[in-house]
Each structure stands twice: as C-alpha cells, then as structure tokens.
Design a protein around this ligand. Sequence first.
Ligand SMILES: [Zn+2]
Length: 125
Amino acid sequence: MATKKNSKDALTATEIKEIKKHLEALKAEAEARLKDKKNMDMPEAEVGDPIDVAGQSMDKEILFELSGNSHNTIGQIEAALRKIEKGIYGRCELCRQPIPKKRIKALPFARYCVNCQTSSESSSR
Ligand SMILES: [Zn+2]
C-alpha cells in the first residue's frame, strides 16, 4: 500500500465490499437493538429529551446521526447500502465531493463530508 497523498481518495471495490459487509452487520445489530426497545417505541413524543427539543425541526436528522439513535441509524445504513448499489457511495450528499476514507471507515454511513457536516452542526446551534 503506497499511499502518496489523499489526492485520489476513491474507495476500491474491495473496500466497498468490506464496508458493505460492515454496514449489513451494523444494520442487523441496530435492528436487534430496536426490537429490544419495542416497548418504548416513541420516546421522543413523551419524554422530551433535551436533544429532541433542540432538534425539533429540520436538524433532526443530523442530531440523530450524532446521537446514534437506532431507528434512524437503520435508515442511514439502508441509504448507504442503496448508494453502494447505485455506485455513488462515498460522496457527500451536499457538495458531491468524495468523503475521505478515514471518515468513511469511522462512520460508514456518513452522508456528508467533514466540511458540510461541520457547517450543519454549527448552524444548528
Ligand atoms: Zn460536503
């Protein structure tokens, strides 16, 4: 592995395969966890957890991504898997730039590059 620079940060087919496996495992895990919690199906409506209050409107998705909510995680994983199918995996949904491999490996269902993620985070404050 002679990595010179991140100039070409594209994922190889093998890496995508690995990530896909990883995503499928994550999805199974999240689904199992969700079944466990079936009895507290709609916590947000009643409990009024501060994270939800803060993100009542359109920043909800981003907040969920950060808080690791199982239900939303499944949605994100599915979206990532769909992107793999379509061959557009690994790109930021906002600026269409490739998401750095390092970030993909840390957060395989990341939808945005660090720049876009950071700007949405600071605008939600
Ligand atoms: Zn971006």
